[in-house]
Design a protein around this ligand. Sequence first.
Ligand SMILES: C[S@@+](CC[C@H](N)C(=O)[O-])C[C@H]1O[C@@H](n2cnc3c(N)ncnc32)[C@H](O)[C@@H]1O
Length: 278
Amino acid sequence: MQQIVPRLSTDQFARLARIVYEDSGIFLAESKHGLLTARINSRLRALGLGDYAGYCEFLDGPGGAAERRRLLVAITTNVTAFFREAHHFALLAETILPPLIARAKSGGRVRLWSSACSSGEEAYSIAMIVLERFPEAARYDFRILATDIDPEMIARAKQGEYDGPALRGLSENRRTKFFTEIGGRFHTRAVLKKLLCFGELNLHGDWPFSRRFDVIFCRNVVIYFDIPTRQRLWKRFAELLYPEGYLMIGHSERIDGPAAARFRSVGTTAYQVVPATT
Ligand SMILES: C[S@@+](CC[C@H](N)C(=O)[O-])C[C@H]1O[C@@H](n2cnc3c(N)ncnc32)[C@H](O)[C@@H]1O
């Protein structure tokens, strides 16, 4: 028999939306009531709870901290693709990488960051472009960090196995060169993984970095944030990038707020840091 779950009340929605916002910066407008309901129904089923009041109580109980993380996993949207927004990869190959490769070859350090990498396609795409231009990159101090708030996505990214529609966007040539097919699934080769370091990181939280980055990809994530969270992130990126470092954002995103003056456009949704004016 179908279990009848009472509607998520306005108060319960507000409470859960506040938790999601505090923990991730993801802003759920009231229009997302249906989305939140659909996403937490799976949590209710997993926990054997019959209604939303019980779920809210559970979040306050001993298992609450762990459940807050699962709530986030349930609410995040992880859509991604290899070579999504191809213009960024062309800019990387043609303009951004040549001086970075020269620096690495002369003993310098180069760091790129895929900062909301989902299941890894963005980070592996960056790595493929790097290796096409600089096949011996892993022998130098040249690395790509790939992070996401969602531990399940990071586990999948680390695994680096793809099939079906996930392979769209990968040319036959790149599939052959960088992947090994095992039982219909395509496994990323060690040569890609050597360049990459995956980990969990909340863009809305503290960051563990002591040194700067040359390039940051932060694509299709600030659309889920509210304006203050988004603008704070632009400021943090401006401070974290080297002078003249690059920031790539998603096709429907824009750099706004006080930090906008720290970036100049160098292509479609691609920006370069400019020095701060005093
Ligand atoms: C739509 S995907 C974008 C993936 C990739 N950047 C792309 O453009 O194809 C958004 C990703 O942002 C992540 N995300 C959401 N809030 C985040 C936060 N506060 N910190 C880090 N990642 C976050 C989600 O887990 C999800 O994997």
